[in-house]
Design a binder for this molecule. Structure first.
Ligand SMILES: O=C(O)CCC(=O)C(=O)O
Length: 291
């Protein structure tokens, strides 16, 4: 693959996203899905997910447990569940593989199959053609969008959570591992919305405070009519500018909509905010994409 054509680069720069069909073959997608099935079959469920808490104090401990679990997940492979999937004894009310919302945030670093796709020549060539000189991988997620229960992802800009100075240095790479349609929760975008900066930032609270994160600014109310759907077939890939407004709706269908996504930052001349929830660690500095 020779990277993106000048017309594709132009479209990405104008719209803030680019839909590319047929980047990976069905077998490559199925290999990722099979690996995830193995992980789910062997996963350890954290206590704060299984345990029912009744008093306010216990509920506070649960909230702290889940915030800590999230905030320290940047360099690990951790499981995040849909709401209401455990009974009061901590047993699954739904099949285990239908209980998960997402896995994050370092599949790209710890799993050889995910690492290979992340650093694949196809991805590297695309990213090069967009002018990235020293891109690093900051996080990765496997998103399940479960049939009927896969919840909506509210309109947002990724730079709200992955803030850099200057802006314009973060890009998402979103790979459809199953067909994504308006019925099962494909991505929707406001074309061109990446040109107006960001409306809010999520920042870490000082150590010891609860909640662990807060927002500066607020997300405007967007008109539904401003969004356009970006349906894509299995094996396709969507490039997502860090400031483009996007969302996905509830999965109303009987089919899941699995996707593997990771975020890149141009590290050359860029400062990663110390206030971001996600931080590189001594165990896992952000790895270079071109390797
Ligand atoms: O996969 C989804 O439903 C949402 C993904 C998303 O918003 C993102 O990766 O920034």
């Amino acid at each position: 693959m020779a990277g993106l054509s000048p017309a594709q680069v132009h479209k990405f720069q104008e719209d803030g996203f680019l839909v590319l069909e047929g980047v990976f073959c069905p077998e490559e997608c199925d290999r990722l899905r099979a690996r995830i099935s193995e992980m789910v079959a062997g996963m350890e469920v954290p206590n704060h997910c299984r345990t029912e808490f009744s008093t306010d104090e216990e509920e506070q401990l649960r909230a702290e447990g889940s915030s800590e679990y999230f905030l320290t997940s940047g360099d690990k492979i951790r499981f995040f569940f849909e709401k209401d999937v455990f009974d009061k004894d901590g047993n699954f009310k739904v099949p285990q593989d239908k209980s998960i919302n997402k896995i994050g945030h370092a599949l790209h670093a710890h799993d050889p199959i995910f690492k290979k796709i992340t650093h694949s020549p196809k991805v590297q060539e695309m990213v090069r053609s967009l002018g990235f000189e020293e891109p690093v991988v900051v996080q990765s997620m496997y998103i399940f969008k479960q049939p009927k229960v896969g919840g909506e992802v509210m309109p947002h800009q990724d730079a709200t959570f992955l803030y850099t100075e200057p802006l314009g240095r973060v890009m998402g790479v979103w790979i459809a591992l199953e067909d994504a349609t308006p019925e099962n929760g494909c991505l929707f975008f406001i074309p061109g919305s990446h040109k107006s900066g960001i409306s809010r930032r999520m920042v870490r609270a000082p150590p010891g405070s609860v909640p662990f994160t807060s927002f500066i600014g607020s997300e405007p109310v967007y008109q539904d009519s401003s969004f356009i759907a970006a349906p894509i077939r299995k094996g396709g890939l969507v490039l997502i500018h860090g400031e483009v407004v996007h969302k996905s709706e509830l999965n109303r269908s009987l089919n899941s909509r699995h996707a593997y996504t990771f975020h890149l930052m141009e590290s050359k001349g860029t400062s990663w905010s110390q206030d971001n929830w996600l931080q590189p660690t001594p165990e896992l500095p952000f790895p270079a994409l071109y390797s």
